[in-house]
Ligand binder design. Structure first.
Ligand code: GLU
Length: 421
């Protein structure tokens, strides 16, 4: 595992992309640092009457291309470095998809599984009370991320409305439909990746009947398994933080999803429907066509990348592959569909939600799917062509693609601008 910070690792990708462009060094200097990271300690009342505090952050990494956009993560191991890195990735992700946003991210250092529902609601509301002056529909727009969901976004939208004294649904995305959420937001991250793979299947050398392994069985993992299985592909292995199961004949998605819905692990399905338990660490070495990292950062690293047998990796997690692992995978001829493209379906439908909130007119699910598909295919194809023509990895091509847009916007603001300062 690497010794340097997560942001140091992320900036390696920026340097690699910059080497392919004749870009003003001022642009790189600007993109190397987060513009604003606010840290607070949230105090909430626990159900037993005691008070407890939790560290929380909101980072607005770069707002050159528009208000900052990015989720809020609830996780016990989260750090300021992680939040800033995730916000850096959001900056590039929004530029890859040409969404009119910069990049942001937020987090609370907490294990939400240890809180009651009432405590979780108090914590979510405390987050908005603390950051109400930083966020806003034209300033910074949060959304769900790891261990946060539409219920939490609903509480947060409600709290923001109370602070500012009026409904402001566009301040946050991923809300329940009843509070101005968008149809199609739930499976958008997975669906975007699914459209991308379908569109580039021939170029990627993928056949008719695919074998797929999914590392991480949260929101993105569950939906990608369902989407691929519905097309007749086999999900041969899935893992979560408790363990993993496999089946040569294909896992039963309903069994897996029922186990997750009742708060359990995929491991609980072992012994049923031909599922057998396996070591979660072995998922990367499973014989398959596509490996879908859908868990946490840096889970594919120099010690396990060599054993990967998939020819394509679809990064639904943010930052799952370290730079060292990238080099190993490129050496083996495996194609990594990079996070800032592959999982950008989530923020793209968040953008649709924000647009619908602002216009007060709502689209059908079919319209959402059609618009998402069009953007995934347009940007995915452009990046594929750049990668093929310049002989660079899809990741470098995606960074170059985004960096061009960021550089153009930074320059357009003018040299005296606060944005360019
Ligand atoms: N948390 C998601 C991501 O990492 C979605 C962000 C958003 O919708 O703003 O892309």
């Amino acid at each position: 595992m690497s010794e340097h910070s997560l942001l140091d690792d992320a900036l390696i990708r920026l340097d690699e992309a910059a080497a392919h462009l004749s870009i003003d060094p001022d642009v790189i200097e600007k993109l190397k640092f987060a513009r604003e990271t606010t840290k607070v300690r949230l105090m909430i009342r626990m159900d037993d009457g005691s008070r407890k505090s939790f560290l929380a952050w909101r980072c607005r990494y770069d707002d050159t291309r528009g208000p900052t956009k990015g989720g809020i993560r609830f996780h016990p191991d989260t750090t300021a470095d992680e939040v800033e890195t995730l916000a850096f990735w959001m900056t590039f992700k929004c530029a890859v998809m040409n969404l009119p946003y910069g990049g942001g991210k937020g987090a609370v250092q907490v294990d939400p599984r240890k809180l009651s529902k009432a405590e979780l609601e108090r914590l979510s509301r405390a987050y908005i009370q603390a950051f109400a002056r930083i966020i806003g529909p034209d300033r910074d727009i949060p959304a769900p991320d790891v261990y946060t969901n539409s219920m939490i976004m609903g509480w947060m939208a409600d709290e923001y409305a109370q602070v500012v004294g009026q409904a402001e649904p566009a301040v946050i995305t991923g809300k329940p439909i009843a509070l101005g959420g968008s149809l199609g937001r739930g499976d958008a991250t997975a669906r975007g990746g699914y459209y991308l793979v379908r569109h580039l299947a021939e170029e990627l050398g993928l056949g008719e009947r695919l074998r797929i392994a999914v590392q991480g069985y949260g929101n993105a993992g569950q939906y990608i398994a369902r989407l691929f299985a519905a097309d007749g592909h086999k999900i041969v292995a899935v893992s979560d933080s408790q363990g993993a199961v496999q089946s040569e004949d294909g896992l039963h998605i309903d069994l897996l999803n029922d186990a997750k819905a009742s708060g359990g692990s995929v491991v609980a399905t072992a012994g049923r429907g031909g599922h057998t338990a396996m070591d979660a660490n072995a998922i990367t070495a499973v014989d398959c066509d596509i490996l879908v990292p859908a868990a946490m950062e840096s889970m594919i690293h120099e010690d396990n990348a060599g054993a990967i047998r998939a020819k394509v990796l679809l990064e639904l997690a943010n930052g799952p592959v370290t730079p060292e692992a990238d080099t190993i995978l490129a050496g083996k001829g495996a194609v990594v569909l990079p996070d800032i493209l592959a999982n950008a379906g989530g923020v793209t439908v968040s953008y649709f939600e924000w647009v619908q909130n602002r216009q007060g007119y709502y689209w059908t699910e079919a319209e959402i799917h059609e618009r998402l598909k069009a953007i995934m295919e347009r940007e995915g194809r452009a990046i594929w062509e750049r990668s093929r023509d310049a002989g660079m990895t899809m990741r470098t091509a995606a960074y170059v693609h985004a960096l061009n847009r960021l550089a153009e916007a930074i320059e357009a603001h003018g040299t005296q601008s606060f944005f360019a300062s």
